[in-house]
Design a protein around this ligand. Sequence first.
Ligand code: OFO
Length: 174
Amino acid sequence: MNKRVEKALNDQISKEAMSSQYYLSMASWAECNGLSGTAKFMYTHSDEERFHMLKLIKFVNERGGKAIIESLEKPPVSFKNLESVFAELLAHEIRVTDSINNLVDVCLQEKDYTTHNFIQWYVSEQLEEEALARTVLDKIKLIDGDSGGLYMFDKDLENAAIASNGVSIEPNQN
Ligand code: OFO
C-alpha cells in the first residue's frame, strides 16, 4: 500500500475512534441529565463511528498496510446544554468531513483509485451526518428551551435511534 495513503487512512482511523468516544461521552452526559432519547441516539451514533473505524482498519490490513491503533485524547465530559451538545457535534462532523476530503485528495495525488473508490462510502456518509446534525441543531433552536418541546424532541431522537440501521464493517459492503 502507498505509504502516504496508508498514513492518511491511519489518521482517519484515529478520527473515527475519537468520534466514537466523543459521542459516547455525550451519551453519558445526556443519560445523567434525564435525556434518555438523546442518550440512545448518541450511544447508537457512537457505535456507528466505531463501525466506521473498524471498516477502515480491515481495509488497510487487507490491502497489505498496517492499521495503527493510537491512544486518544479525553473527550469533553460536560456540556452547557443540549444546544451546545449538538453545536459541538456539528463542528466535529465538519472537521471529520475536512479530513475525509483530505484523504480523497491524497488518493488522487497518489493515483490510488482503489482506495479512492472505497472512500466514496465515507464521503456520502459524511454528507448525511452533517445534514442530520444541522437539522437536529435547527430543531433545538426552534424549541428555544421550552420543556414540552424538549420532551418531544428527546422522544423523536429515541425513535430516530431505533429506526437507524447498523452498517457492515466489511470493506466492500455498506
Ligand atoms: Fe464517521 O462519520 Fe461521523 O464522524
